[in-house]
Write a protein that binds this ligand. Sequence first.
Ligand code: NAP
Ligand code: 3JN
Length: 341
Amino acid sequence: MRKEGYNVAIAGATGAVGGAMLDVLARRDFPIKELRLLASERSIGKVLQFKGKDIKVQLLDDNAFEGIDKALFSAGAQRSLDFAPAAARAGAVVVDNSSAFRMDPKIPLVVPEVNPQAINDYKDQGIIANPNCSTIQMLVALKPILDKVGIKRIVVSTYQAVSGTGNPAIDELRAQVKSYAAGERLEAEVYPHQIAFNCLPHIDSFLDNGYTKEEMKMVNETRKIFEDNSIGVTATTVRVPVVYGHSEAVNIETKGKITAQEVKDLMKTAAGVKLVDNPANNEYPLALDCEGKFETLVGRIREDESIENGINMWIVSDNILKGAALNAVQIAEVLIKEHIS
Ligand code: NAP
Ligand code: 3JN
């Protein structure tokens, strides 16, 4: 590690994920010499706090990255396409939270607990992509099973928190709950339907094949990260009236036999995982319990009795932390720990 620390930029620092990046960098004591906070014209001069110090927000543009070693991007896919290459040209390693580069074969797509070796491939473009939140938490839990017995097929249904849509969606859920309690009319602007007391089987836009983009992100990103295009993956992604924490019901068909107890034992030592599986005491992963936690919670582990080699499990994680900010910071940590950059 460089003694004096690294010059780090956050593009999208005023957003929900950018704010969490500030929090994670502080909580993990990432070695920082200079922290540069970048956002749109709307936020120039706004002051954000890092470890008790005030930092003024600057404009995200091509010239914002001079002297920067690590640039963490969470300002939306278009801003990543517009400015990440300039950041890389200026000498920064970019860790990008958007979907802009995830499926680019020249750019590694990384979950540090799953495929840290892929980070080495960043040199071609100077960019590393962070997967979608729903993919990250699922693969953290499935990787030890993949390594032990192999996985043929994954069937996943998600229950995704509104924070995945950003702060306006959190405000909308809260406003709708208040209006409902007051017996007033509910306004829906962020989502096409009322989200309070409802479930919307619709995340991101619909594609010609009838799936949503969010569902296809889970399919394609899983195959890229597991480096296996033959793995069957099918997803139904659902928005639910939860503020933080995505939950997932995951069914897998494995190549070899594995018992529920063996899966539980694997989860006890899996990196980034906490086993919460004691139904006799009503203990299982809950969205409300994952907020602010770095671990992905796994429980309700059962053998699928309808097939020879099948497992069902329930996977819950803080979508803004492991699903976005934490995963990005962990990638930056691997870069410095392994002396890659
Ligand atoms: P958000 O709360 O709306 O924040 C958006 C951020 O981008 C703000 O800092 C905003 O700056 C900045 N921004 C927007 N337009 C800009 C422009 N033209 N120039 C410069 N900065 C601009 O959104 P969020 O929830 O934090 O999500 C941000 C992005 O992170 C998403 O679009 C997505 O790509 C990614 N994300 C990834 C995951 C994941 O699954 N890994 C999860 C959530 C989000 P101002 O405040 O100045 O407008
Ligand atoms: O909806 C969620 O729960 C996760 C949202 C992720 C997201 C939101 C806006 C744009 C993404 C993403 O990370 O895939 C993007 C995007 O970059 O396409």
